[in-house]
Ligand binder design. Structure first.
Ligand SMILES: [Zn+2]
Length: 409
């Protein structure tokens, strides 16, 4: 049960040096703890059918530790036994025009840059398959998508008959699926043995040096610098800055050919080519480990006052009987409400993904409503979990005739 008070503590990393822990990214012995959130749901996107089921959802702890050799950050309390992704794992983002435009631009860029026409593409962690199908549609490519939560047939596409979906976790048994181009989006942050995972991909490529590898994850530099606590949740056990990611790729015998941010600087993207040995070719966008350490110090110094501020605001709005709604029912919402321990201050959560409507959020227990619901509810305030969607949300509200205050996180 998520009944226990959720405590959030932050401590300077120097007070919490753990000599016995080794870094899953570079193998360095010794990590420093700098942030803790106890008793949070171990999943945020598994949809629950009843409120009871949602509130009974298992909980775990987040204890973030920093590696002072490679700059990688991971949750040392993460237990991979909770990493069960299934078809009712609902993380499809392609109901948002903003997201779709990003995906379309990205697909077109990759197709042009890597001449992905009549090629074979492998996507590791393809979610419901939207992006792979898009690449195959636009470039007349064929593909294989591997993901435990994939639902073949969910996404309608002209390329559907050229794409095979495998409902499974990626591993060595899938090494034969290489193709001409490998992509992996928003998957590595869910994996704890990061070096093992990237090495498995590298081994599968073997000596086919013309195979390119593209990977995308959230950028943790922004999380640290902007104190974006809503982006720290149990499902994400691994947190990368550009340098930490590039150092991992180079150590696993990839040469980093491009490293950049996109999607309002929220996402970190890397493009790499396999080489015969670990690469010492530093990409200009790699920050140093000392810079990450400085970001960690900034985070620990300031996070508590940000959390206190949000708690005060939510309590005040509740006391004033204001109707406050959260827009976005995914991981950010779960992290926002559970980190602040203010689930009772919000009555409703809204989402545009129709597969989420009528379902309940794990750990939070709120029913997810369609935006239409706001016509009748008339909220005073909507807290937007991702500022990038403010324009499209504003447009939807305008069309529905709902006047309210939008507050982006
Ligand atoms: Zn490390």
């Amino acid at each position: 049960m998520v009944q226990n008070p959720i405590s959030t503590q932050t401590k300077p990393e120097t007070d919490n040096y753990l000599a016995e822990h080794s870094c899953p990214n570079c193998g360095h012995q010794g990590l420093s703890i700098f942030y803790e959130v106890r008793n949070v749901p171990v999943h945020s996107c598994l949809m629950m059918s009843t409120k009871e089921e949602a509130l009974d959802f298992p909980c775990g702890d987040i204890v973030l530790a920093f590696c002072d050799r490679c700059g990688f950050i991971n949750n040392i309390e993460f237990d991979p036994k909770w990493s069960a992704y299934a078809p009712h794992y609902e993380d499809q983002q392609s109901f948002s025009p903003t997201f779709n435009k990003f995906a379309l631009d990205l697909a077109n860029n990759l197709i042009e840059k890597y001449d992905l026409h009549d090629k074979h593409i492998v996507e590791i962690g393809c979610s419901k398959g939207d992006f792979l199908l898009l690449l195959c549609e636009l470039g007349n490519n064929s593909g294989v998508g591997i993901d435990p939560s994939v639902v073949p047939g969910r996404v309608k596409s002209k390329a559907a008959d050229r794409v095979t979906f495998i409902q499974d976790y990626y591993g060595e048994k899938h090494a034969r699926y290489v193709g001409d181009f490998i992509c992996c989006r928003h998957t590595l942050e869910h994996i704890q043995p990061t070096a093992e995972f990237i090495s498995t991909v590298r081994k599968s490529i073997g000596d086919r040096h013309n195979v390119s590898f593209f990977l995308e994850i959230p950028d943790n530099t922004r999380v640290l610098q902007n104190l974006a606590f809503e982006d720290i949740y149990y499902e994400h056990c691994s947190y990368f800055s550009p340098g930490a990611l590039a150092r991992l790729f180079r150590a696993c015998s990839f040469e980093v050919t491009d490293l950049y941010l996109d999607y309002g600087d929220q996402y970190l993207l890397i493009e790499a080519q396999p080489v015969d040995a670990p690469s010492d070719k530093v990409h200009p966008f790699e920050e140093t480990v000392a810079q990450v350490a400085e970001d960690v110090r900034h985070f620990t110094r300031n996070i508590q006052s940000k959390l206190d501020n949000w708690r005060r605001n939510l309590e005040q709005w509740k006391a004033e009987n204001q109707r406050v709604v959260v827009w976005g029912s995914g991981s950010k919402c779960v992290a926002f409400l559970t980190t602040l321990d203010t689930i009772d201050k919000i009555e409703y959560v809204v989402d545009i993904n129709p597969h989420r409507h009528g379902k309940f959020i794990p750990g939070v227990g709120k029913e997810i409503m369609s935006p239409e619901f706001l016509k009748e509810y008339r909220p005073d305030k909507i807290i937007v979990m991702n500022a990038i969607y403010c324009d499209e949300i504003g447009q939807m509200l305008k069309e529905m005739g709902v006047e309210t205050e939008l507050i982006p996180l």
